[in-house]
Design a protein around this ligand. Structure first.
Ligand code: BGC
Length: 392
């Protein structure tokens, strides 16, 4: 059986986002869909202890814009203080914080003015980022990710219309959103660098699918994915954040969106997403030409019974190690997610991505077998021979 080992300072992490875990984020454009979620806002110490129990050396979370800035010109000092406590609690447990500044949700007052279609949204976002830099500037530097998956948001919010603001086939609006998100990234990155200096590392988390098919199909599909975003932002980043979930076998079909992605012969997650952990290797290699350090900022699957997760994890990490051996500067891996949380567009508890299984009534969580497996990998800084044979 193949074994893996990683560079000495490799960061082992797990990722969550604010709206999906904190609970009561009712001032965002998602309203109260997530309810109390995991109640991370009040029980962060409990969950961070669970992260520590796995010996994680890094933890990715996001800040909720609508908490910090609940209405125009209104800044919630208590929320900022709480985030500071959370950052310190992460460090106290031996983990390096990675913070995403925008993970899909907008304050309602921004949404009412046209969300990201309104060019003013850029200035609103920059004001929020400026407030954060001012507040955190004396703190030990940490990694910042400006945005999470701009294309995924655009697709679900302006093409399928499944996410707020629920617009279907809004092609013109989606172009506007794309433009404004990129500008928001650039302005935020510039501001952070000016305000905080080069010890703070700036990146972005992109959903980069592994696409296979004819050259023509791949080049037709790429502009619709975050690969197109990467081309435009890599230069401005200190590191690239890779979220890997999808392996797309591209085929032409006679109906919208005219390209099918399903491979048809792979095992699937509880959400029907086809599992091909090995695809993370070509994705990482596709990032190498940008010459920046790479972090896998998300990788995981919905798997309530943990049938596939240990094998998936193992195969993914073998592929990450192969990428490192091939010369890629991969510095860390974050599993999505530490615990089951609210999944976008689903009922709380219906899609379970956690290493820990969450009880949403009592806000407790217990480790799935894959949590123990991940811990053993972390302890060895690699998956040594005695575990499972892999295969998702
Ligand atoms: C998002 C997460 C989400 C996960 C699973 C990623 O695209 O960043 O927020 O929960 O996928 O769908």
């Amino acid at each position: 059986m193949k074994t893996t080992s990683f560079p000495e300072n490799f960061l082992w992490g797990a990722a969550i986002s604010s709206y999906q875990t904190e609970g009561n984020n009712v001032l965002s454009d998602w309203g109260d869909r997530a309810g109390k979620a995991c109640d991370f806002w009040n029980r962060y110490e409990y969950y961070l202890d669970l992260a520590k129990a796995l010996k994680l050396s890094a933890f990715r979370l996001s800040f909720e814009w609508s908490r910090v800035n609940p209405s125009a010109d209104d800044w919630n000092k208590d929320a900022l203080e709480r985030y500071l406590e959370i950052i310190r609690a992460i460090r106290e447990r031996g983990m390096e914080p990675f913070v995403t500044l925008w993970h899909f949700t907008l304050p309602q007052w921004v949404a009412r003015q046209g969300s990201w279609t309104n060019p003013k949204s850029i200035a609103y976002f920059v004001a929020y980022v400026s407030k954060l830099t001012e507040f955190f500037k004396e703190e030990e530097p940490f990694h910042l990710l400006t945005l999470n998956e701009p294309r995924g948001y655009l697709f679900q919010s302006y093409l399928t219309g499944k996410w707020p603001p629920q617009r279907k086939f809004a092609i013109l609006a989606s172009r506007q959103v794309h433009k404004n998100l990129l500008k928001a990234h650039h302005e935020a990155a510039w501001l952070i660098r000016q305000a905080l200096g080069s010890r703070w590392k700036i990146g972005i988390a992109l959903n980069l699918p592994d696409m296979v098919g004819t050259r023509l199909l791949v080049s037709a599909a790429r502009p619709f994915s975050d690969w197109a975003v990467l081309e435009g932002v890599a230069e401005s980043c200190d590191f690239i954040g890779v979220n890997y979930y999808f392996h797309d076998c591209l085929r032409p079909v006679p109906r919208w969106p005219f390209i099918a992605t399903s491979c048809g012969n792979l095992p699937a997650s509880d959400l029907g997403w086809e599992l091909y952990p090995q695809g993370i290797l070509p994705v990482i290699l596709g990032c190498v030409k940008f010459g920046k350090p790479i972090y896998i900022t998300e990788n995981g699957l919905a798997d309530k019974t943990d049938k596939h997760r240990p094998g998936f994890l193992h195969q993914s990490l073998i592929a990450v190690e192969d990428a490192i051996k091939a010369g890629a500067d991969v510095r860390g891996y974050f599993h999505w997610s530490l615990m089951d949380n609210y999944e976008w567009g689903f009922k709380l508890g219906d899609a379970r991505f956690g290493l820990y299984e969450t009880d949403f009534k009592n806000f407790t969580a217990k480790p799935r077998p894959s949590a123990k497996f991940y811990k053993a990998i972390i302890e060895n800084n690699g998956a040594s021979g005695t575990f499972i044979s892999g295969g998702a």
